[in-house]
Design a protein. Sequence first.
Length: 617
Amino acid sequence: MRLLAPANLHLLWLLLIPLALWLYKRQARRVPVSTLLFFKSLAREHQESAWLRRIKKWLSLILTLLVLLGAILALARPSGNLSADATSAIVVVVDCSASMAAKDVQGQTRLEAARLRVRERLRSLPDQTVVSLIAFDSRARVLLSRSRNHRECLRLLEELTPLPVEGKPEAALTVAQRLADLESRSRIWLASDAAPPAAEGAKASAIDWLPAALTEPLNVGITGFQIRHSPLTRDRYEAFVKVSAAASNKAKTTATLEVSISGRIAQLRELDLAPGDSSALILPLEGVRGQLLEIRLKTPGDCFSWDDGIAAPLPKLKPLRVAYFAEKPDPFTELALSALIENGRIEMKKGAPAAWPSKETPDVYIFEHWLPKEWPADRPVIALTPESSSGPLKTRAIRGVPHDAVRGVQPDHPVLFRASSSRIAVTQTTLLSLPASIEPLWMAGAEPVLAAGEYNGQRLVATAFSPAQSEQLALLPSFPLLLGNAIYWCAEDSDALTDTRTLHTGELLHTDSLVQWHAWNGETFTDVSDDPAHGLLMLSRIGSWETAPDRSGTCALISAAETNLPAPPAPSAAHSLQPAQPVITASAFSTWPQRLIWLVLGVLLVESFLFHRRAVY
């Protein structure tokens, strides 16, 4: 048997008090009285032998000491189930990511359910067990490190709240493993709705998963969002929205997507999604800069609301700076670029190869029928029908080879957005040899005629056909759309398109000004503000933000991992994550303290009976 709270044994000094009182005997005093008849009658009624009187005094002392000793031992919490290899240190890791805000039918969040399980297990630990507490969302936070103050751990546990941020448990488990390695016989408790990521060797066996997943989750959420100007029109925008259903949904679900601009409903879409399915929508919008776009997703029975709303300002029109160098400019390329200039989409600087290198740094370089020997690695490049090799492109000019059709390899690529790949006839004038990171988008026969990708962090689009020689290509809207898409895709990270960039919750915003929000709280949109500290603000809200007259943007969860709410683990999976070492539970140590308390109560009743009925004092 071992004691779980041996520090309470210092109360044993209380046994000295009744012992001292018992040893202290008052001396009899002589008092003169008028008669002794009354006292003689009392002596005859209570006459008893000296040995019986001594036994009563000893019994009174023993009962008093038993009461105190039983109470003190109960406070020391004796246990007969502890062994030498019992757990001596616990590292509690609590998931505070967005999915932990999912609610069951009683309105209890997954964090509240996880907190309840952790609280029950913490209260069952011996007082000398070392406890650490780590909370994580997109980052890990060590709230308590190697402490025996279990009350402080419980207090910090109660203060945890979920954030609309995608969870990243790997970093938290790495920190937890390092804390666990500082103590012998340590274990990690992971309280989360998702199973811990796969680990190697002994690290996997040291994790006890406390699952908090919903028994029957139902969720449909927005997992993708982007807004941009329509390349060839004024005051028109295009919003890309992706809606996904959780794989744990029991059946096909019907959801309604409501789109409004400045409080007016612009579109309504009804979606039928099977479990695990997604639907991508392109929403044409019309408005002016500064108007507020609100998107709400409504699903009957949905248990997770943070991924059901997005607010975004219609972005400000900032023309992109394009440097166009061509040895033999194609007239249809110049016509397509002129349309973009007229609509205020680009500002173009045109020059011959002799003017290279450019004195100004644009957002995008466009080279046609020519490539510079010194490849520009600081900006994205669009290479139209290059006739020489340079940088990552290995090319060779050929005589025009007509192709009646092209085959779309990556139809969902942003460069092909709204650009039809059917009924396109091209005349190939260049053979492209592409690096592995540059993917073909159009294939003509066995050769790529349109490719896009990133090479050493630089975006690149290359074509291998001549618009002027291609039958009807220049007369179709696909070519100017293709060129506009290529420019916008290449310049996606430029300062000119800052307003169109959707930030993820958990990212840092650099600003010294007060940040005004039109935020989605899961039920409605509200206006709130955040004051950044030291010029940095972690984005922990969903909605549109504005921090200066000319600086605004959108922040959204858009996380497929958080929208895909996990189901409870199968019995076999849960069993495989059970602790391999002895873990103390409430039933393991509650028997002996309860027995001692009942013993104390019994002794008190016996002593009371003997004192009042048998004059034992």
